[in-house]
Each structure stands twice: as C-alpha cells, then as structure tokens.
Design a binder for this molecule. Structure first.
Ligand SMILES: Cc1cc2nc3c(=O)[nH]c(=O)nc-3n(C[C@H](O)[C@H](O)[C@H](O)COP(=O)(O)O)c2cc1C
Ligand SMILES: Nc1ncnc2c1ncn2[C@@H]1O[C@H](COP(=O)(O)OP(=O)(O)O)[C@@H](O)[C@H]1O
Length: 315
C-alpha cells in the first residue's frame, strides 16, 4: 500500500476510494475495503481509502482529546494488511471543515484522480454535515463520478452494528474479548518499560511497567487481563497485565499498566513492548498483604494460561 500525503497526485488508472476516519480498522471497515478492492478490480482501477491524520473534532474544538482505538501509525499498519493500493492521508484543517460536500468531492477528483467514491451507510461530510447520501450521489453525477453507498455490516447472529464507537465503549469497560471479535484482532497498547517499586521480583512476579506514548489511546478499565506480549516487535510471550493503582502496596492513586511475562527472565527496562488484550480475568482488589496477593497472582496465571491456550483470537 502506497501512502499519499501530497495533493495533486495523478494516479493514471483512476481510483475507487472509501472515505472515513477508520479508527480501529475493524471488521466493518474491512468489509467496506473488500468492496472497494473488488470494485476497483472489476473496473481496472486502483483501490484507496481517504483518511485523516488528525481527528476532525480535535481541529474544530482545540480542547478536545479524542480517546481512540488506533494511533495514526497503527491505523496505517492495519490498513496496509488489507490489500489496498493506496491510502490518501489528509490533514484536516479549519479551511477543509468549511468546504461543502460538493466542493470536497470536487477536491478529491482534482487532486487524487477519484473516479468512484464509496460512502459508509451513515457517513456524512461537508460543512455542517447537512447533506446525505442522495445529495452526494447527485453531486457525483454532476462531477462525472460514481458515488456508491456501502451497506451496513452486521456479522453473526447477534446483529451488533460494528462501529468504532461501540468498540471504544467495550474497551473502556474492559470487555476486550468482545472488542477483539468486532475488530478481528486484539486491542493493543505499546510503550517503553520503565522502572517501578521493585516489589514484583521479591514476590516471584516481576512486572514490566509500561509508559504509554500516546495521549489518545483508550486505557481499558482497571483490572487484570490475559494478554499476549511482543517484545521489540519480535519476541512473543503469553502473560498477564494489571491496570490500576495497586491498592495492596500503594495508595498514591496513580494508574499504572504492568505486565508479567510467562516463561521469561531477563531485563526489559527501556525495551519496547506491545500488549495485546485477549480477555479480562477480574477486577483489581485490595488484598490482606503480599502473601494473599502472590496466591492470587498464581491463580491468575493458571486462569490466563487456560484462556490463552484456547483462544482463537489471532495475533
Ligand atoms: C496480573 C496482576 C494482577 C495484579 N492484581 C493486583 C490486585 O488485585 N491488587 C493489587 O493491589 N495489586 C495487584 N497487582 C499489582 C502488584 O501489587 C504489583 O505488581 C506489585 O506491587 C509489584 O509492583 P512493582 O512492579 O512496582 O514492583 C497485580 C499485578 C499483576 C501483574
Ligand atoms: N517474567 C517477567 N515479566 C516481566 N518483567 C520481568 C520478567 N522477568 C524479568 N523481568 C524484569 O524485571 C522487571 C520488573 O521487576 P519488578 O521487581 O517488578 O521491578 P519494577 O518495580 O521496576 O517493575 C521488569 O521491568 C523486567 O526488566
């Protein structure tokens, strides 16, 4: 997948594109993307998505800090797995927010060789988002391109509407296993290992404390999780993670994210680790001392191993 960040890019074949923020690149997004790819193939054109580097609401409201599933880099990585030819990245600006839907479609045609635009079933764009699909289709006719409506994607018997906001809520509540099903991959946090209070090693459960390097990432609800851990983008481990303020040993209220890797010993300080959340095990509890905490951690380890060995969620 080629990333296009500059306007005035001529793509000889013309492009069939979808437009959106694509937070999470979830199974609904992937269904839209496979429609884009097959339509592009049938028309001998290239496939693309048009997305934004920054969240549009952040530009319009400067004090708004959106909580998101993906960093920009994670989104690009996920999109590049889908088989798309191009990802067109726009920097959303105040001027762009003033464009009408007609002007915006015209801008895409003039700058990126747009020939066919897929629009999500509920997606709206253009100043004040006042128009709907029928208007976009009409503008497409005037401007000489096809505007097609993507169907709503509702997998399985549950008839859950897969959307980024549903998945964000699930992650927030700690329901990471349901989030992974809708995403088609586990939710992940990444960052460098920093030092903690060095109690973990004394109780037989050393924990790598992670500093998350992005303000926008959703932190799952406090609690204990079965996870997969990737060290330095290369070495994979099963493990468990605690998110919380460790009421048994500290009461400073600061939330920390700490991972215990199974079958690992060594030094992880300053290493880069990625945590993939597979399932929630329990809430964080205040124990009566370190012995009770250690016994509980042993049980958590067995519980986590059981889940991880039987999990069908892919990496
Ligand atoms: C899987 C897991 C579950 C944990 N559960 C709790 C808990 O329920 N209550 C609590 O106070 N601390 C809990 N902890 C945090 C421990 O108190 C913490 O790992 C220990 O104090 C070591 O901290 P350190 O890395 O700063 O040395 C848990 C840690 C892990 C890895
Ligand atoms: N199995 C393991 N899981 C997590 N960290 C481990 C493991 N084995 C060794 N370590 C190392 O031990 C450190 C954690 O030990 P701990 O006593 O909890 O110290 P800290 O309070 O600094 O996190 C980790 O940052 C890592 O360098």
């Amino acid at each position: 997948m080629q990333i296009i960040e500059q306007p005035h890019t001529i793509i000889e074949t013309g492009i069939v594109a979808g437009i959106g923020f694509f937070d999470g690149v979830h199974s609904g997004h992937r269904s839209l993307i496979s429609n884009i790819i097959s339509t592009a193939q049938s028309r001998d054109m290239s496939s693309a998505v048009i997305t934004f580097r920054n969240h549009p609401r952040e530009v319009l409201h400067s004090d708004y800090c959106p909580q998101l599933i993906n960093t920009f880099e994670e989104k690009i990585n996920n999109l590049s797995e889908t088989g798309l030819d191009y990802c067109i990245v726009l920097d959303f600006t105040v001027e762009m927010s003033q464009m009408s839907a007609f002007e915006f479609i015209e801008f895409l045609i003039d700058n990126y060789s747009l020939k066919c635009l897929f629009i999500g079933y509920d997606h709206r764009f253009g100043h004040n988002r006042s128009e709907g699909f029928d208007d976009y289709a009409k503008y497409g006719k005037i401007l000489g391109i096809d505007v097609l409506q993507a169907k709503m994607y509702m997998p399985g018997e549950k008839h859950i509407n897969v959307s980024s906001s549903v998945i964000r809520k699930l992650i927030n509540e700690g329901n990471v296993s349901e989030a992974a099903l809708l995403l088609n991959h586990p939710y992940a946090l990444q960052g460098y290992v920093i030092s903690g209070y060095q109690i973990g090693r004394k109780i037989g459960f050393p924990t790598a404390n992670i500093a998350i390097n992005n303000l926008h990432k959703i932190i799952p609800a406090n609690g204990v999780y079965a996870v997969r851990i990737i060290v330095n983008r290369k070495y994979h481990y099963n493990g468990m993670v605690n998110i919380g303020n460790r009421p048994t040993v500290h009461s400073d209220g600061e939330i920390c994210i700490e991972a215990h890797l199974f079958d690992f010993s060594g030094n992880l300080y300053e290493q880069y680790i990625k945590i993939q959340f597979i399932a929630r095990l329990r809430s964080e509890k205040k124990m009566n001392g370190l012995k009770e905490l250690t016994d509980q951690l042993q049980k958590d380890k067995e519980h986590a191993m059981n889940i991880l060995l039987n999990s069908s969620i892919s990496y």
